[in-house]
Design a protein around this ligand. Structure first.
Ligand code: HEM
Length: 120
Protein backbone atom coordinates (compact mmCIF):
# COMPACT_ATOMS: atom_id res chain seq x y z
CA UNK A 1 0.00 0.00 0.00
CA UNK A 2 1.47 3.39 -0.96
CA UNK A 3 1.53 6.06 1.71
CA UNK A 4 -1.20 8.67 1.37
CA UNK A 5 -0.59 12.37 2.07
CA UNK A 6 -3.08 15.20 2.37
CA UNK A 7 -2.66 18.34 0.25
CA UNK A 8 -1.81 20.14 3.52
CA UNK A 9 1.03 17.71 4.31
CA UNK A 10 2.45 18.11 0.81
CA UNK A 11 2.13 21.91 1.03
CA UNK A 12 4.28 21.90 4.17
CA UNK A 13 7.16 20.51 2.10
CA UNK A 14 7.93 23.58 0.07
CA UNK A 15 11.44 24.47 1.22
CA UNK A 16 14.82 23.81 -0.40
CA UNK A 17 15.65 20.91 1.97
CA UNK A 18 12.16 19.44 1.97
CA UNK A 19 10.58 19.80 -1.41
CA UNK A 20 7.65 17.67 -2.59
CA UNK A 21 5.54 18.09 -5.70
CA UNK A 22 2.38 16.43 -6.97
CA UNK A 23 2.15 15.10 -10.52
CA UNK A 24 -0.97 13.16 -11.56
CA UNK A 25 -2.08 12.73 -7.93
CA UNK A 26 1.25 11.16 -6.99
CA UNK A 27 3.67 12.73 -4.52
CA UNK A 28 7.35 13.07 -5.45
CA UNK A 29 10.22 14.09 -3.18
CA UNK A 30 12.34 16.34 -5.38
CA UNK A 31 14.54 17.73 -2.55
CA UNK A 32 17.69 16.21 -4.04
CA UNK A 33 16.61 15.86 -7.65
CA UNK A 34 15.89 19.56 -8.11
CA UNK A 35 19.65 20.30 -8.11
CA UNK A 36 20.10 17.85 -11.01
CA UNK A 37 17.02 18.95 -12.95
CA UNK A 38 17.97 19.90 -16.54
CA UNK A 39 15.34 22.66 -16.42
CA UNK A 40 16.90 24.15 -13.27
CA UNK A 41 16.08 23.96 -9.57
CA UNK A 42 14.19 27.25 -9.32
CA UNK A 43 11.39 26.19 -11.64
CA UNK A 44 10.80 23.15 -9.38
CA UNK A 45 11.24 25.09 -6.13
CA UNK A 46 8.54 27.53 -7.26
CA UNK A 47 6.13 24.59 -7.41
CA UNK A 48 7.31 23.03 -4.13
CA UNK A 49 4.41 21.72 -2.05
CA UNK A 50 2.01 22.15 -4.96
CA UNK A 51 0.42 20.29 -7.85
CA UNK A 52 2.89 20.57 -10.74
CA UNK A 53 0.98 18.34 -13.18
CA UNK A 54 0.09 21.10 -15.63
CA UNK A 55 3.61 22.57 -15.79
CA UNK A 56 5.19 19.12 -16.06
CA UNK A 57 2.90 18.06 -18.91
CA UNK A 58 3.11 21.43 -20.72
CA UNK A 59 6.90 21.13 -21.04
CA UNK A 60 6.47 17.80 -22.85
CA UNK A 61 8.93 15.89 -20.70
CA UNK A 62 10.60 12.85 -22.26
CA UNK A 63 10.23 9.17 -21.32
CA UNK A 64 13.56 9.55 -19.52
CA UNK A 65 11.93 12.21 -17.30
CA UNK A 66 9.02 9.84 -16.58
CA UNK A 67 11.51 7.12 -15.69
CA UNK A 68 13.28 9.49 -13.27
CA UNK A 69 9.93 10.19 -11.62
CA UNK A 70 9.64 6.55 -10.52
CA UNK A 71 12.68 6.90 -8.23
CA UNK A 72 11.25 10.04 -6.61
CA UNK A 73 7.79 8.60 -5.86
CA UNK A 74 6.94 8.57 -2.14
CA UNK A 75 3.15 8.10 -2.14
CA UNK A 76 -0.25 9.27 -3.32
CA UNK A 77 -2.18 12.40 -2.54
CA UNK A 78 -5.46 12.10 -0.64
CA UNK A 79 -7.80 13.56 -3.22
CA UNK A 80 -10.56 13.89 -0.64
CA UNK A 81 -8.40 16.20 1.50
CA UNK A 82 -8.81 19.96 1.39
CA UNK A 83 -6.77 21.62 -1.36
CA UNK A 84 -4.51 24.40 -0.16
CA UNK A 85 -3.19 27.31 -2.14
CA UNK A 86 0.34 28.37 -1.33
CA UNK A 87 0.58 32.13 -1.10
CA UNK A 88 4.26 32.75 -1.48
CA UNK A 89 5.71 36.26 -1.52
CA UNK A 90 5.90 36.17 -5.29
CA UNK A 91 7.50 38.62 -7.63
CA UNK A 92 4.07 39.47 -9.06
CA UNK A 93 3.11 40.80 -5.63
CA UNK A 94 6.13 43.06 -5.66
CA UNK A 95 5.33 44.11 -9.19
CA UNK A 96 1.82 45.14 -8.25
CA UNK A 97 3.26 47.15 -5.36
CA UNK A 98 5.61 48.80 -7.83
CA UNK A 99 2.80 49.68 -10.23
CA UNK A 100 0.83 51.11 -7.28
CA UNK A 101 3.63 53.59 -6.69
CA UNK A 102 3.67 54.41 -10.39
CA UNK A 103 -0.07 55.16 -10.36
CA UNK A 104 0.45 57.47 -7.36
CA UNK A 105 3.25 59.38 -9.12
CA UNK A 106 1.11 59.66 -12.27
CA UNK A 107 -1.82 60.99 -10.23
CA UNK A 108 0.40 63.62 -8.61
CA UNK A 109 1.82 64.67 -12.00
CA UNK A 110 -1.70 64.92 -13.46
CA UNK A 111 -2.86 67.01 -10.50
CA UNK A 112 0.12 69.28 -11.06
CA UNK A 113 -0.72 69.66 -14.74
CA UNK A 114 -4.41 70.36 -13.93
CA UNK A 115 -3.36 72.97 -11.34
CA UNK A 116 -1.05 74.62 -13.89
CA UNK A 117 -3.74 74.69 -16.60
CA UNK A 118 -6.39 76.08 -14.22
CA UNK A 119 -4.11 78.90 -13.12
CA UNK A 120 -3.13 79.94 -16.61
C1 HEM B 1 10.18 15.50 -10.60
C2 HEM B 1 9.70 16.05 -11.67
C3 HEM B 1 10.54 16.34 -12.89
C4 HEM B 1 11.42 15.54 -13.53
C5 HEM B 1 11.82 14.10 -13.20
C6 HEM B 1 11.95 16.32 -14.64
C7 HEM B 1 12.91 15.87 -15.53
C8 HEM B 1 13.38 16.59 -16.59
C9 HEM B 1 14.29 16.09 -17.59
C10 HEM B 1 14.90 14.67 -17.61
C11 HEM B 1 14.51 17.08 -18.48
C12 HEM B 1 15.39 17.02 -19.75
C13 HEM B 1 14.49 16.99 -20.97
C14 HEM B 1 13.62 15.75 -20.98
O1 HEM B 1 14.16 14.64 -20.86
O2 HEM B 1 12.38 15.92 -21.11
C15 HEM B 1 13.74 18.22 -18.05
C16 HEM B 1 13.70 19.44 -18.68
C17 HEM B 1 12.91 20.51 -18.31
N1 HEM B 1 12.04 20.53 -17.26
FE1 HEM B 1 11.71 19.07 -15.94
N2 HEM B 1 11.37 17.54 -14.64
C18 HEM B 1 10.50 17.59 -13.59
C19 HEM B 1 9.67 18.62 -13.24
C20 HEM B 1 9.57 19.79 -13.91
C21 HEM B 1 8.65 20.83 -13.57
C22 HEM B 1 7.63 20.77 -12.43
C23 HEM B 1 8.86 21.83 -14.43
C24 HEM B 1 8.08 23.08 -14.39
C25 HEM B 1 7.75 23.81 -15.37
C26 HEM B 1 9.93 21.44 -15.34
C27 HEM B 1 10.46 22.18 -16.37
C28 HEM B 1 11.43 21.77 -17.24
C29 HEM B 1 11.97 22.57 -18.32
C30 HEM B 1 11.58 24.01 -18.64
C31 HEM B 1 12.88 21.78 -19.00
C32 HEM B 1 13.63 22.15 -20.25
C33 HEM B 1 15.05 22.46 -20.01
C34 HEM B 1 15.73 22.81 -21.33
O3 HEM B 1 15.64 22.00 -22.27
O4 HEM B 1 16.33 23.87 -21.39
N3 HEM B 1 10.33 20.18 -14.99
N4 HEM B 1 13.06 17.90 -16.90
Amino acid sequence: MPKVYSYQEVAEHNGPENCWIIIDDKVYDVSQFKDEHPGGDEIIMDLGGQDATESFVDIGHSDEALRLLKDLYIGDVDKTSQRVSLEKASSSENQSKGSGTLVLILAIVMLGVAYYLLNE
